[in-house]
Ligand binder design. Structure first.
Ligand SMILES: [Fe+2]
Length: 292
């Protein structure tokens, strides 16, 4: 079993984990789920997180081959577009992103949005393979949190994004437009058929109880300890997930982030004054719990 080098970078602001996965032999690597910093209070953007990934790549003598996203995120902007401009490396996401584009095209009333995935260099299908140096990477469609979510399996490492969090933190929510608790269960079941010692790298960690940020577990640990899966049936999981989701307000950046992330992390084009603007639809997500 191939053993890639994996470095995780936790962004405390959004609880996201960004990864650099590298081939130990060829020093070629991929970035997974990079964050473009955004402060919703001032409207400021920054590239601190993404530059940290580039510094890691430079200081470890790595060559970037891929800029990957697991899904269109609702809590942060993807830095894929910025990193592509900086490095020339190709970007990729799951092919079902085109359906997510269609959902949000309506929500933003955005007739000009191309809903063909042309904003990425490659759209992956379930079962696709690609290389990171000598490592063979496999794509597993793993919907539920979003209908387009995919996991990347590289040797003994699986990047499972917002399916399972750490074993003390349950699973990801499944109530965004296009989400499904039932699909999430099926995706989790599939991930947990990987070998017991597979290293699972999650997409978020919110440091419950004030513990340090953690992002790596194994299939065996998840099966044994995660309260959303250990000893659970599909029906129990769906009930737990849907009950919890009914209590959750929308992520504070969902309306900011999707308009960026369905374009591969490209910020809106500048207007005539040279400034970029976001567009926030009102009353577009009916039934949402109000945030505090
Ligand atoms: Fe997410």
């Amino acid at each position: 079993m191939q053993q890639p080098e994996v470095a995780g970078f936790h962004d405390a602001r959004t609880g996201s984990i960004q990864y650099v996965v590298a081939c130990p032999k060829t020093r070629r690597c991929a970035i997974i789920d990079p964050v473009l910093d955004f402060d919703e209070k001032s409207g400021s953007t920054a590239t601190t997180n993404a530059d940290r990934l580039l510094e890691h790549i430079a200081s470890h003598d790595l060559t970037l081959e891929w800029i990957l996203d697991t899904h269109p995120h609702a809590d942060h902007f993807s830095a894929a577009s910025y990193l592509k401009a900086r490095t020339g490396a190709p970007t990729a996401i799951g092919e079902h992103v085109v359906q997510v584009q269609r959902i949000w095209k309506d929500i933003y009333n955005w007739p000009d949005l191309a809903c063909d995935g042309s904003q990425w260099d490659r759209l992956f299908s379930d079962g696709d393979t690609f290389r990171i140096g000598d490592l063979e990477a496999h794509v597993m469609h793993s919907p539920g949190h979003t209908l387009a979510s995919i996991s990347y399996i590289v040797g003994d490492a699986a990047f499972i994004h917002d399916t399972l969090f750490m074993p003390d933190s349950g699973s990801a929510r499944a109530d965004f437009p296009g989400g499904s608790a039932d699909s999430l269960w099926a995706s989790i079941e599939r991930i947990l058929t990987l070998p017991d010692q597979t290293r699972l790298f999650t997409g978020h960690d919110y440091m419950p109880g004030g513990r340090e940020a953690l992002w790596e577990s194994t299939v065996a640990e998840q099966r044994r300890d995660n309260p959303h899966v250990a000893g659970r049936s599909r029906a129990e999981f769906v009930e737990i997930r849907q009950a919890r989701d009914r209590t959750l307000p929308m992520p504070k950046l969902i309306l900011h982030a999707l308009q960026v992330n369905i374009r591969g992390g490209a910020l809106p084009e500048p207007e005539t004054d040279g400034r970029r603007y976001l567009k926030i639809p009102l009353d577009a997500l009916p039934g949402s719990v109000w945030g505090r």
